[in-house]
Design a binder for this molecule. Structure first.
Ligand code: ADP
Ligand code: MG
Length: 343
């Protein structure tokens, strides 16, 4: 009698889904990252009932050819890396080849796509225990649409962890704000239950960056922000630092990015908090939008399945760079506030 068996594809994918698909907002994050990796400049997000009933992401990216639709829905299938060498200097947001397989194992997912060079669009969905993919012709402009219905309909344990429609929608809204800050060069629209909620237009030049930051973080933040922009070797840090006078009672405006990827990284947060250390009350949080760019080979993004954290090869060096740039900017700001004891 044999005890060990290979799990059916759907079950294996559902287990993997546990790592990346926590709630509708995490589905949206994965799907938008795919659209960005496909070079989209316009991404439309439609949500029904907090995303629990329906999520639809449409993009004008490069699309997926008909013969690869099945692969796109399979686990460990990716167009973004080929070998270990690629993994060591990853420039795309995705690389694990798991998102579509995972999401389609815990929802009713359809993938519709039309690459420019293909005359018609095709639609794919995975069915049954083995997640066999069926493909049929469809109508769709150049680009890709992924529709996710009834998230967690077949995984009741997961479904139980979903909160109210309003809470789930707030998580989605927050993800969209985070991503909108990462890519000023992409237009995003978000609608909920048929109503447009957010609209971010493409930034034609840098002056528009301020506008988007104001839309996402509020005009008051912008009025109380110091701009930083500092390059040292291949480290570059730029963005907006809220003045200490703009203190928050929660960390709701802490946006940091590494090579365009949104982060919740301990090392980065620590460096920034340290720069504010003596300038904020003990229970106060700073507000900031900061972008760090460095050589892709200097940072390992394959640390966490949801890729919120990274590992820097020279962690101390990166930490001190962020700290000193922020500290100097804040210091100069405070000095400006000291009343002149004039001659
Ligand atoms: P990963 O992003 O890690 O490669 P995914 O499961 O998210 O894995 O996607 C699998 C593959 O499907 C991607 O590598 C890409 O080739 C293709 N793909 C997914 N979404 C899109 C999209 N919106 N536009 C074009 N290609 C896509
Ligand atoms: Mg992906």
């Amino acid at each position: 009698m044999s005890n060990i068996e290979i799990l059916p594809a759907r079950l294996a994918n559902q287990i993997a889904a546990g790592e990346v698909v926590e709630r509708p907002a995490s589905v949206i994050k994965e799907l938008i990252e795919n659209s960005l990796d496909a070079g989209a400049t316009k991404i439309t997000i439609e949500v029904e009932k907090g995303g629990i009933k329906k999520l639809r992401i449409s993009d004008n990216g490069k699309g997926i050819v008909k013969d690869e639709l099945t692969l796109a829905l399979s686990r460990h299938a990716t167009s973004k890396i080929k070998d270990l060498k690629d993994l060591e200097g990853i420039a795309s947001l995705g690389f694990r080849g798991e998102a579509l397989a995972s999401i389609s194992s815990v929802s009713r997912l359809t993938l519709t796509s039309k690459p420019k060079e293909q005359d018609t669009a095709w639609q794919a969905s995975a069915e049954g225990r083995d997640m066999k993919v069926s493909v049929q012709p469809a109508a769709h402009p150049d680009g890709t649409t992924i529709e996710v219905n009834d998230l967690f309909f077949n995984t009741p344990a997961r479904r139980k962890f979903l909160r109210t429609e309003k809470t789930e929608f707030n998580h989605i809204d927050e993800i969209i704000r985070r991503i909108a800050l990462a890519r000023f060069d992409v237009a995003f629209t978000l609608s909920h239950n048929g109503k447009m909620v957010r609209q971010y237009r493409i930034a034609r030049d840098k002056t528009y960056y301020d506008k988007r930051v104001g839309l996402v973080c509020g005009q008051r933040f912008l009025e109380h922000a110091i701009k930083v922009d500092c390059q040292h070797g291949d480290l570059h840090l730029w963005g907006w630092l809220g003045k200490p006078s703009f203190v928050r009672n929660q960390n709701d405006l802490c946006y940091s990015y590494v090579n365009g990827r949104m982060m919740r990284d301990k090392l980065i947060n620590h460096a920034i908090r340290q720069a504010y250390a003596d300038l904020l009350p003990l229970e106060g949080y700073p507000a900031f939008v900061l972008f760090l760019t460095l050589d892709h080979r200097e940072v390992d993004v394959n640390v966490h399945p949801a890729k919120h954290e990274v590992r820097f090869h020279q962690g101390r060096y990166v930490h001190d760079f962020i700290y000193s740039v922020c500290q100097r900017a804040l210091q100069e700001q405070t000095e400006l506030l000291v009343p002149e004891t004039g001659e």
